[in-house]
Design a protein around this ligand. Structure first.
Ligand SMILES: CC(C)(COP(=O)(O)OP(=O)(O)OC[C@H]1O[C@@H](n2cnc3c(N)ncnc32)[C@H](O)[C@@H]1OP(=O)(O)O)[C@@H](O)C(=O)NCCC(=O)NCCS
Length: 129
């Protein structure tokens, strides 16, 4: 579900919230937002502007966030995706995420299931990537 401006503003006040963007010149083409604890990165949103899709920006943005998490010593990443979101599911599975749970009829607007995906991140706190 898209976040409202107010939800975004409140999220930026949370110390566990972070967002990363991928820019081409002055133009933001992709972003990812996360919550993080000491051992888990929860991916909240990942988006690429429609005109820039299928150019590797989604994969690059996701991998950048995972790389930062790895450097922070975070052990795993988790996310939830709509069962019908085939582009996103394909991206996550090709990046090593494994489906671990199904939340039936999780999305109130369409009744779609929510799929929970998890990926281990090889933690190496303080030793770089
Ligand atoms: C999902 C999304 C972020 C992918 O971004 P992208 O920049 O187009 O993806 P990439 O070019 O990096 O593609 C990486 C992989 O994703 C998968 N993929 C991306 N778009 C796809 C599509 N339309 N159909 C099938 N697979 C697709 C493929 O596995 C692709 O690998 P490949 O190019 O080797 O086949 C983008 O479609 C998007 O912003 N969608 C709307 C927001 C959204 O649904 N976000 C996810 C919320 S959980």
């Amino acid at each position: 579900m898209p976040w409202s401006e107010e939800q975004c503003r409140l999220a930026f006040q949370q110390p566990c919230f972070a967002a990363f963007g991928l820019a081409r010149g002055p133009r933001l083409v992709a972003y990812i937002s996360v919550y993080h604890t000491s051992d888990e990165l929860e991916i909240l949103n990942l988006g690429v502007i429609p005109s820039e899709r299928r150019r590797g920006h989604g994969r690059r943005t996701l991998e950048m966030a995972l790389q930062v998490a790895r450097k922070m010593g975070i052990a795993k990443a988790a996310l939830e995706v709509r069962a019908g979101n085939h582009p996103a599911i394909s991206l996550y599975e090709s990046c090593g995420f494994v489906k671990t749970a199904v939340r039936p009829h999780y999305y109130s607007d369409t009744g779609e299931d929510g799929l929970v995906y998890v990926r281990q991140i090889s933690a190496s706190r303080g030793t770089g990537v």
